[in-house]
Design a protein around this ligand. Structure first.
Ligand code: SAT
Ligand code: MN
Length: 611
């Protein structure tokens, strides 16, 4: 086969020849690749084999072309900085579509377009969209290659940045192609930055298009993304596949694809427990996943920081994996005092996006250190000093690093683990206590369905505004969310022993606007209570909204009694108002919300009224 080049005179030309397999399944893959190439008209095709040499050649070529800045190898070995276009810094929920055959299957919380109309739009957009560029074919596995809960996919993309990122966030390369050639099912995903290069054009550092589309076809298990190079819009294995498409697979096959971190908690007695926790984007999932407990004897090991796939096991328990292979974490706020584990994980082999560059060729972001360096180049490439009235790093700037690099990673982090507890949380300045235990499974599902949270910088919109984010899945559920609630209710009939469910809120504020709880590593105290509940050794007090700790371990913590009681204060009027909002929210789904959740709401109102 012809050697395939990344760009003229590129070192990548030595790599990436087309694999050869003699099977029907491989012919299918090949004919799909050819049909996408016929539409998008790239200059070259490169099949990603996943070798270290290939990766290095790709990174070098991007540095040559000005798409990546190589950081000082003495300070940050093997690491790079990408600066995105100023209009391409976050997920775009308004440009994200679920094109299911029936509108009601997308539900009121998703943007829907009739599939044939959307296909026509996409065909026009992708026609010639890769002109002058290399089309990469990236076979990837979510979960370890060949693992029992793993799923395969192929991403076609004209973004080398996406290829380099997918290489960290998933397992890519020939081993996956082989499984596909042997007949394993796989999902088709196509991505183009939508910036064709005419011959002689000089490329820009971050090609993208003002027009953006992130489209899912749940009935045919396909994803198309156009115009954006940003993580969640461009690494299609992540939110598009592992959550939106996988949630549909889970609905149809009896499992769950969730926006959850996954940890192992080891008690002072050496017993191991597994906890999954759903929080909206940029609410501290990575920090909790890498928690270093402040309380003696406790240990937390990291399994995943963003996505969990959960399936009933043969013993009747629910088992979870982290389908990803890396962390795409928010940089600002990550520092020695908030997440020392992440700081250590980021010492080498990192792709940073939209953080600031130091004069000695290293990176900086708000919160990495208490004081900013005297001079920086900000995320947009401009000079910056601490006197500037804008942040040096974009609030949604990110690091992409392999999971194995976290010092806290479990030895067996690629294996499925039995779940003991599920946590739901959000950013809530008022009303929601630090921790509340659900009375039972359906009450826990109800809690998940009612989560709301203040908006963060992870998607477009006004930061701070309160919005519904049930199960932290509002932007990621690939089907009607009321059906999704029903699927959660039904999971009880697929498992014999279910995890306990909790609602947590690290973000409650006092009347003076100050955070009441120190959060971060001190959240281990809440984890301790949860584990002791599972073991049956900690007491709880029933309240109208659930069970709260009879006592929380605050030893060694400088927490005034008034703050502690404010953290657990339950205002019946405030909660009745929440119940009204929940009722309004449920009504947006017509009669599709499961009866079990309607009766949970009625039960909550009864308990509040008699409180
Ligand atoms: O969607 S991303 O994967 O880019 C990050 C997030 O919002 O959680
Ligand atoms: Mn996320």
């Amino acid at each position: 086969a012809e050697p395939i080049t990344f760009a003229r005179n590129s070192r990548l030309s030595e790599y990436g020849t087309r694999p050869e397999y003699d099977s029907r399944a491989f012919e299918e893959l090949l004919s799909w690749v050819k049909s996408v190439a016929a539409l998008t008209k790239p200059e070259r095709i490169h099949w990603v084999d996943g070798t270290a040499e290939e990766r290095q050649a790709l990174l070098d070529a991007m540095v040559d072309q000005g798409m990546l800045i190589k950081l000082n190898p003495k300070l940050r070995p093997g690491s790079y900085l990408a600066r995105s276009d100023a209009g391409d810094v976050a997920r775009l929920e308004s440009r994200t579509f679920i094109a299911s055959e029936r509108e009601e299957d997308a539900g009121p919380t998703n943007n829907w377009t009739e599939p044939s109309v959307m296909r026509a739009t996409l065909t026009e957009l992708f026609d010639g969209s890769m002109r002058g560029r290399t089309m990469f074919v990236v076979p990837f596995s979510m979960g370890k290659v060949g693992g029992p809960i793993s799923q395969l996919g192929v991403q076609i993309t004209d973004s080398p940045y996406a290829v380099a990122s997918i290489g960290v966030m998933t397992r890519v390369g020939s081993a996956v192609t082989e499984l596909i050639a042997e007949g394993s099912p796989w999902v088709r995903t196509v991505h183009s930055v939508g910036a064709p290069l005419e011959s002689g054009d000089r490329d820009v550092a971050w090609p993208s298009n003002d027009e953006k589309y992130i489209v899912h076809f749940p009935d045919t298990l396909e994803v198309f993304s156009y115009g954006s190079g940003y993580g969640g819009n461009a690494i299609l294995a992540k939110k598009c596949y592992a959550l939106r498409i996988a949630s549909v697979l889970g609905r149809d096959q009896g499992w769950l694809a969730e926006h959850m971190l996954l940890i192992r908690v080891v008690s002072p007695e050496g017993r191991k427990y597994h906890v999954a926790a759903a929080f909206p984007s940029a609410c501290g999932k990575t920090n909790l996943a890498m928690l270093r407990p402040t309380i003696p004897g406790w240990k937390v090991e990291t399994l995943g920081d963003d996505i969990a796939w959960i399936r009933p096991g043969e013993d009747g328990r629910l088992y979870a994996i982290n389908p990803e292979a890396g962390f795409f974490g928010v940089a600002p706020g990550t520092g020695e005092s908030t997440n020392v584990t992440a700081v250590e994980a980021l010492r080498e082999n990192v792709i940073f996006t939209n953080v600031a560059l130091t004069d000695d060729g290293d990176v900086w972001w708000e919160g990495l250190t208490d004081d900013a360096p005297e001079h920086l180049i900000d995320w947009q490439g401009n000079d910056w000093t601490p006197a500037a009235d804008r942040p040096a790093a974009h609030p949604n700037s990110r690091f992409t690093v392999s999971a194995a690099q976290a010092p806290s990673i479990s030895d067996d982090w690629e294996e499925a683990v039995p779940l003991d507890a599920i946590l739901f949380g959000g950013r809530r300045a008022s009303n929601v206590p630090l921790v509340t235990e659900a009375f039972d499974w359906n009450h826990g599902v109800f809690m998940g369905s009612t989560i709301s949270s203040e908006r963060t910088a992870a998607a477009e919109g006004t930061v701070g505004e309160l919005r519904r984010d049930p199960f932290a899945m509002m932007p990621f559920c690939g089907y009607n969310m009321a059906d999704y609630f029903g699927h959660w209710v039904e999971m009880a009939s697929l498992a014999e022993k279910l995890p306990n469910v909790y609602q947590v809120n690290w973000f409650r504020k006092g009347d003076d606007g100050r955070f009441l709880w120190p959060g971060f590593a001190e959240n281990s105290r809440v984890i301790e209570w949860i584990i002791r509940r599972i073991e049956g050794s900690a007491d709880a007090v029933d309240t109208p909204i659930g069970r709260v700790p009879a006592e929380l371990n605050t030893e060694g913590l400088d927490l005034p009694d008034a703050d502690l009681s404010a953290l657990f204060e339950i205002d019946p009027d405030g909660w009745l108002a929440e119940a009204d909002l929940t009722s309004e929210f449920f009504d947006t789904f017509g009669d599709r919300v499961p009866e079990e959740l309607r009766s949970q709401l009625a039960g909550l109102r009864d308990r509040l009224q008699t409180a």
